[in-house]
Ligand binder design. Sequence first.
Ligand code: NAP
Length: 255
Amino acid sequence: MTLPDHAPIEAPRTPRTVVVSGAGTGMGRAVAERFLAAGATVVALGRRAEPLDRLRDDHPASEVQVVPADLTDPDAVLRVVDALDGRPVDVLVNNAGGVGSAPEPGLHGLLESYRRTVDQNLLSAMLLTEALWPSLARPGGRVVTISSIAAQRGGGGAYGAAKAGLVAWGAELAARGGPDGITVNTVSPGYVQDTEFFSTEGRSRRHDALVAQTLLGRAGTPSDVAGAVHYLASEDAGWITGQVLSVNGGAVLGR
Ligand SMILES: NC(=O)c1ccc[n+]([C@@H]2O[C@H](COP(=O)([O-])OP(=O)(O)OC[C@H]3O[C@@H](n4cnc5c(N)ncnc54)[C@H](OP(=O)(O)O)[C@@H]3O)[C@@H](O)[C@H]2O)c1
């Protein structure tokens, strides 16, 4: 008898526990709703309680656990671990991020602003993932991190650098997770409207110019990104790890 040359098919645990950072608005909310529609339990993280409570209240028939936490604060991250109370995590979606306020004048102001940006976009994902790493399902755990088109072409001062850092860190993490059957992938969105990223109105002031850069002639939507995240967290994506999936309407071409 010959041994199979592939890992056994994983029996999916139902319902899956899915941790989503930045789950109250924009892409994070769409990601949470995609998993809720598939019957998952969602642990919804973000600094503000109100958008997270709204997500929970809008889905009374689903299981949404709200844990307000500033993920740049290690103590807050440890409270997330406590809130999980030893439950295995099937999927971790590192989505929280954003561009902060403009720097104060001078080098000190610049340093402060760059640090905030790196904390919010890179270290928040690193801290949360490290804290939840022992809880990830083995085999079958999934980590999906939201980077940005800015990682490829710059933008936002330290923002593009922080988002590029997520890709390098994701490669290391994928190597760590491989032997345990954990996949780690990155989704790199282009311009996505209907989020709080650019403004509370959900659009960039450069909306028309950003749409014109796409081959498909439209902005992305949070659900475009949620679909990609959901796929990478699926059983079908079980042999995809250490990859970056661009979801940008063709604004930057892959190779
Ligand atoms: N929109 C775009 O065009 C675009 C393009 C490429 C990549 N991205 C990336 O996509 C991700 C989602 O952004 P979005 O466009 O959906 O914008 P968004 O609506 O502003 O969502 C960002 C979410 O992250 C949460 N968050 C920010 N800092 C946090 C922290 N320190 N701790 C915990 N939660 C935090 C925010 O909630 P609280 O404020 O309540 O904490 C918010 O819910 C971000 O990583 C962003 O950088 C966006």
